[in-house]
Design a protein around this ligand. Structure first.
Ligand code: AMP
Length: 937
C-alpha cells in the first residue's frame, strides 16, 4: 500500500533536510543575543531538556532532537502527513507566564515544503499552518478544547522547498513574528495546528518589549513594559541625586520599546553642577547660588569659598554684601567722604554742592544726608538746627550732590555735615565718610544814607556788611513807587557804594532797598528806605513850602492832562469805532521806570562764551523743583515743544501763573543747549517789559523753561482779535513799553534780531513784554524768516536793509524792526507790506519805498516809524530817544490828534521817502512842551 511507504519515506527525507537545516541555523545559536529592549519569556532553542509540549493526535507533531554543530541537542517539532487527507494535528506549548506584559510577540522559525515538490501527494496537501493562543491563570491545564483557542494567524512560508531532489538543495529558513495584545491573565498557551502540510518548527521564541532604564535631563526613567493596544505609556522620572525638579520630568514609552517626547527636567541643587547625567559638588573657590544656574562659577571679587558645595562666597574682611545684592556681585564697602564742598549763600538760603566721593566702594547707589548745626559767632558752640531749616529737595537720601537749604537766619554761622553712604554703609561698623561745610549767612547792607534828591532823581549811599562772607562783587538796588510794589519795581546794579537813580516822578514816594552780592551769593536786603522826590530840582530835601508849590503846579498839570485826554477820547480816534475807556493801568505803564542811569550796569553775556553751556544755565536761571509746578493747559507750540500755562508754587510766596515751555522728547544735545540758551539769556534780564524767567527744570524730564504768564498771548494775534478796540493812547502805551524793554536790551548790548509783534507778549494789564530770546530762533523758529542770498535766514519784512545785505545786526537794526512793530500795532496786526513778495520788499526798500501810515495813524507816529526806517543806521533814533518821544506824546495826547493825511499815504505809496521831505519828528516832538498842545509838522 502506498501510504505506509510514503510515511516511511518522508520522515527520513525530513530528517535529512533537518540536518541540513541546522547547518544553516548554527550561526543564529552562536549569537543568541536579544535586543536590549526585548525580554524573552520562552525560547525553544535554548531549552536543553524536553520542551514538554503536548502533541495531539500521536501520529501528528513529533518532537525531534538534533545536534547542532557543537553537539548541543536542539528540540524541534515536525509533521509531514501530506499523503493523508483530513489532518488536524495540534501542538501546544506549556503555560507561558506573561510577567506583566500586555503585549507579547511570537517569533517562529520554520521550514515548509512546497506541495508541488512532493511527487504523488494528493490535493489535500497544505502549505500553511495556523497559530492559536489560550489565556489562562492555570499553568497546569492538561486539555484545552479546540474551540477555546483564539486564532493568531494562518502562517505561510516565504520560502519553501522547490525541488524534490534534496541531495544538493539549499534550504531556507522562514521567520515570522506575530503579536498578541491586551493580555490580562497570568499567562497563556500557544498552539500550532497543522491541516496536512510538511513543516519543521525549528524555533519558537516568545518575548515582550520594554523601554530600558534611562537618565535624561537629570531624571531617571525606570525599565518600563510597553503598553497593550494603548500605544504609549506615560512614565514619570525621578530626579538624580543632588538635583531637584525644575519642571516635572516625564516621557512616554512607545509600543516598540522606545522612549518618546521628554518633558520637564531636573536641575542640580545650589552648590552642585551637572556633569554627564549626575550632579557633582562645586569645587572650593567656586559657588553656585541658584539651582537654575548651569555651572559653578568663580567667586566674585573680594569674596571666597573654602569648602565644596558652596552656594555663595563669603566676603573678605571690610567688604559686605547688601541683602538685595545678587550673589554674583562683588563684595563692596562704604564710600569715602564727599569732596570739594562749595556753598553759595543767597540771603537766607544756601546752595551746598560737593563732588562725589573718590572711592565709591564699588557701588553705584551713593546717597547723601545732611546734618545741620547752628554755631555761635566764635564757632565753638553748635546746636542742631531743628525743624525751622528746610532742605530742597530733601535732607536725607539725596541722590544728587547738591541741596538748597532755606529759612536760615541772617548773619548766622551754620555747620553742615554732608555724609555719603551706600547700600552697605549700614553693615559696616566704621564711621561714615563726611565733609563739613561751614556757612555764614550774609549780613544785610547796614546803613543806607540818603545823599541827595531832586525832582526826578535820588542819590543813595550805603555801607557794606561789616563781615561779608567773601569779596563784594556788586550791590543791587531795588526800588518801586510806594503804592505800586507788586507790579513795578526796578532793579539796578553797581559796584560802588553809591548810586544815582534818575528818571523818577516828581513829588513821588519811592521805596529803596539795597543788598550786596559776594562770591558766595546774595546777602539779605537792608531795611526799606522811603524817599520822596522833590518838586523842583533846586529844592533842598524837606523844604515844605517849595514842595507845596510844586505839588500845586503838578496837580494843575495833571488836571490839564486829564482835560486833554478827555478831549481826545471825545473827538474819537476814527469813525465807526466804539471808543474804549482808557485802561486805568495805562497810566501805570506810561510812567513806570523812568530813565535811569546805571552806574556799573551789566552787559549781556552770550551763552556761547561759556565753555560749558550748562554753567550759563546754572549762573542765570534758577532750578525749580518740578513738583512745584502744576501744568494746566496747552497754549501754544514753540520750536522745541509745547507751551503750556500752569501754576508755580514758590516756598513762602503765593502761587503764581506761569508759562511752561517744555523740550519735547528725543532731543539732541544741541537742541537741549539751544532750548536752554533762551533761559540763560532771559535770566540775565530784569525789566518790566522783558518777559521774566522764573526758572528752569533741568534735573528731570521734560526739561522746562518757566516764565511769567502773559494772559493775552502774543501781540499780533491779540491786536487782530481786538481790531479797533483801543484808544490811541493805549496803543502808544503798548509801544512805549516795547521801546522801554528794547532800551534795556540795547543798554545791555543785547541785539534781538527778531523784534516783531509776534514776539511780544501781552499781559492782562496790556503790558507788552519782549520775548523770544533763543539762540536758534531767528534761524529756525520764526515762520517769517526766509533765506537770503548770503545764506542766512532772516525775517525780511522786519529787518533793516544792512542786516539783510551783510548781516549787520545792531541795536540800530532793532530800531528798524521796532518801526515795523509800530506799524503792526497801529494797524492792529496788519501784515507789513501786505502780500508783496520778500524780493519785492527788498527792492522797494532799496528804492526808498516805506510803509505808508496805517488808517487813523497819528502823523507823529508815522513820522517816528519813518525815522526808524532811515537808510543810514546812525540816522535812526535810539531806543532811549523813542521812549522819551512816546512819553511826551502820552503826556500830550493832543499831539496825536493830527492824523497822517491821505496825501502823505499816497506819497508813501508812490515810493517817496517821507522822512526826506518832512521835518524831523524828533525836533518837533521836543518842541511840544514849549508849544503847548500844538504839534507842528
Ligand atoms: P514761543 O516758543 O516763545 O514762540 O511761544 C509759542 C507761543 O506760546 C507764543 O506765540 C504764545 O502764544 C505762547 N506763549 C509763549 N510764552 C508765553 C507766556 N509767557 N505767556 C503766555 N503765552 C505764551
Amino acid at each position: 500500500m502506498a501510504p505506509p511507504r510514503v510515511l516511511w519515506i518522508y520522515p527520513s527525507l525530513y530528517l535529512l533536510s533537518s540536518l541540513l537545516l541546522f547547518h544553516a541555523l548554527s550561526p543564529c545559536r552562536a549569537l543568541r543575543n536579544y535586543p536590549e529592549n526585548e525580554v524573552t519569556l520562552l525560547d525553544s532553542m535554548s531549552a536543553l531538556a524536553d520542551l514538554g509540549w503536548e502533541a495531539y493526535p500521536n501520529e501528528g507533531w513529533e518532537e525531534i532532537s538534533v545536534m547542532d554543530e557543537r553537539n548541543t541537542p536542539m528540540r524541534t517539532y515536525q509533521v509531514c502527513n501530506v499523503m493523508e487527507a483530513n489532518q488536524n494535528n495540534w501542538l501546544r506549548t506549556r503555560h507561558i507566564s506573561r510577567e506583566g506584559a500586555q503585549r507579547v510577540y511570537i517569533e517562529i522559525k520554520f521550514t515548509l515544503r512546497d506541495c508541488n515538490s512532493l511527487p504523488g501527494v494528493p490535493g489535500t496537501c497544505k502549505e500553511t499552518f495556523n497559530m492559536y493562543y489560550y489565556e489562562s491563570n492555570n499553568a497546569n491545564l492538561w486539555f484545552i478544547k479546540e474551540s477555546q483557542y483564539v486564532k493568531i494567524d494562518t502562517i505561510a512560508a516565504d520560502e519553501s522547498f522547490t525541488q524534490v531532489d534534496v541531495g544538493d538543495r539549499v534550504m531556507k529558513l522562514n521567520t515570522e513574528v506575530r503579536d498578541i495584545s491586551n493580555l490580562s491573565k497570568k499567562g497563556f498557551y500557544l498552539a500550532f495546528q497543522d491541516l496536512g502540510a510538511c513543516i519543521a518548527l525549528v524555533s519558537v521564541r516568545v518575548f515582550y518589549k520594554k523601554c530600558p532604564l534611562t537618565v535624561l535631563n537629570l531624571a531617571q526613567f525606570p525599565d518600563t513594559i510597553t503598553g497593550g493596544d494603548t500605544a504609549l505609556v506615560e512614565v514619570h522620572g525621578m530626579c538624580v541625586n543632588s538635583s531637584e525638579e525644575f519642571e516635572a520630568p516625564k516621557m512616554y514609552c512607545s509600543a516598540d520599546g522606545g522612549w518618546l517626547v521628554p518633558i520637564g527636567r531636573c536641575v542640580c541643587k545650589p552648590g552642585f553642577e551637572e556633569n554627564k547625567d549626575v550632579c557633582q559638588p562645586c569645587r572650593p573657590g567656586t559657588y553656585k547660588a541658584s539651582a537654575t544656574d548651569a555651572y559653578c562659577t568663580k567667586c566674585p571679587p573680594h569674596s571666597s569659598s573654602s569648602q565644596e558645595q558652596a552656594v555663595e562666597c563669603a566676603c573678605e574682611k571690610g567688604f559686605y554684601r547688601a541683602e538685595t545684592d545678587p550673589r554674583s556681585m562683588s563684595c563692596t564697602r562704604p564710600p569715602s567722604a564727599p569732596e570739594n564742598p562749595i556753598s553759595t549763600v543767597n540771603e537766607t538760603c544756601v546752595t551746598l554742592e560737593w563732588s562725589p566721593p573718590r572711592d565709591t566702594g564699588g557701588r553705584g547707589d551713593i546717597t547723601y544726608s545732611l546734618h545741620c548745626r547752628k554755631c555761635s559767632g566764635d564757632g565753638r558752640k553748635c546746636m542742631p538746627c531743628g525743624g525751622s531749616v528746610h532742605f530742597v529737595p530733601r535732607q536725607f537720601g539725596l541722590s544728587s550732590a547738591t541741596v538748597l537749604v532755606t529759612d536760615l537766619q541772617p548773619d548766622s554761622n551754620y555747620s553742615f555735615t554732608v555724609e555719603s553712604q551706600n547700600g552697605v554703609s549700614d553693615l559696616s561698623p566704621t564711621p561714615r565718610g563726611t565733609v563739613v561745610i561751614n556757612v555764614t549767612t550774609s549780613q544785610t547792607v547796614s546803613v543806607v544814607l540818603k545823599e541827595r534828591r531832586s525832582k526826578d532823581s535820588v542819590t543813595l549811599a550805603w555801607q557794606g556788611p561789616e563781615r561779608p562772607n567773601g569779596a563784594i562783587v556788586e550791590y543791587e538796588v531795588i526800588y518801586y513807587e510806594k503804592n505800586q510794589r507788586e507790579q513795578n519795581y526796578t532793579v539796578l546794579k553797581t559796584r560802588s557804594n553809591m548810586m544815582t537813580v534818575d528818571g523818577l516822578k516828581p513829588g513821588t514816594t519811592y521805596v529803596f532797598r539795597v543788598r550786596a552780592r559776594t562770591d558766595g551769593g546774595y546777602g539779605s536786603y537792608g531795611g526799606e528806605i522811603e524817599l520822596e522826590t522833590s518838586h523842583e530840582d533846586v529844592f533842598a530835601i524837606g523844604d515844605p513850602n517849595q514842595s507845596t508849590i510844586l505839588a500845586v503846579s503838578i496837580a494843575g498839570g495833571i488836571v490839564l492832562l486829564i482835560f486833554l485826554v478827555t478831549c481826545f477820547v471825545v473827538s474819537g480816534r476814527h469813525c465807526g469805532y466804539i471808543k474804549a475807556k482808557q485802561d486805568p493801568d495805562e497810566e501805570k505803564m506810561q510812567f513806570q521806570h523812568g530813565r535811569v542811569k546805571l552806574p556799573g550796569s551789566r552787559t549781556y553775556i552770550h551763552p556761547h562764551t561759556y565753555e560749558d553751556p550748562n554753567q550759563a544755565v546754572r549762573d542765570f536761571a534758577k532750578e525749580i523743583d518740578a513738583s512745584n509746578i502744576r501744568i494746566e493747559r496747552v497754549i501754544g507750540a514753540g520750536e522745541f515743544g509745547e507751551v503750556c500755562s500752569g501754576r508755580l508754587r514758590v516756598q513762602g510766596k503765593r502761587e503764581i501763573y506761569v508759562a511752561i515751555k517744555s523740550l519735547k522728547a528725543g532731543y539732541s544735545d544741541k537742541q537741549r543747549r539751544d532750548f536752554l540758551s533762551e533761559a540763560s539769556i532771559m535770566g540775565q534780564f530784569d525789566h518790566p517789559n522783558i518777559i521774566r524767567l522764573e526758572g528752569v527744570v533741568t534735573r528731570c524730564k521734560p526739561v522746562m523753561i518757566i516764565t511769567e504768564f502773559m494772559e493775552n498771548g502774543s501781540l499780533d494775534t491779540f491786536l487782530k482779535k481786538h481790531d479797533g478796540q483801543f484808544t490811541v493812547i493805549q496803543l502808544v502805551g503798548m509801544l512805549r513799553g516795547i521801546a522801554s524793554g528794547m532800551k534795556y536790551l540795547s543798554d545791555m548790548s543785547y541785539v534781538h534780531r527778531d523784534l516783531a509783534a509776534r514776539n511780544i507778549l501781552v499781559n492782562s494789564n496790556l503790558v507788552c513784554k519782549v520775548s523770544d530770546f533763543g539762540l536758534s530762533r531767528v534761524l529756525e523758529d520764526d515762520p517769517e524768516a526766509a533765506y537770503t542770498t548770503r545764506g542766512g535766514k532772516i525775517p525780511i519784512r522786519w529787518t533793516a536793509p544792512e542786516a539783510i545785505a551783510y548781516r549787520k545786526f545792531t541795536s540800530a537794526s532793532d530800531v528798524w524792526s521796532y518801526g515795523i512793530v509800530m506799524w503792526e500795532v497801529i494797524s492792529y496786526g496788519e501784515r507789513p507790506y501786505w502780500e508783496m513778495s520778500n524780493q519785492d520788499v527788498i527792492k522797494a526798500i532799496d528804492e526808498g519805498y516805506r510803509l505808508p501810515a496805517p488808517m487813523d495813524c497819528p502823523v507823529v507816529l508815522h513820522q517816528l516809524m519813518l525815522d526808524c526806517w532811515e537808510k543810514g543806521r546812525s540816522d535812526r533814533p535810539k531806543f532811549g530817544q523813542i521812549v522819551t518821544i512816546l512819553d511826551k506824546l502820552i503826556r500830550n495826547p493832543a499831539s496825536l490828534r493830527e492824523l497822517a493825511n491821505s496825501s502823505a499815504c499816497e506819497l508813501a505809496k508812490m515810493g517817496v521817502n517821507l522822512a526826506g521831505h518832512q521835518k524831523k519828528i524828533l525836533s518837533s516832538v521836543q518842541s511840544l512842551q514849549t508849544q503847548g498842545t500844538h504839534v507842528q509838522v
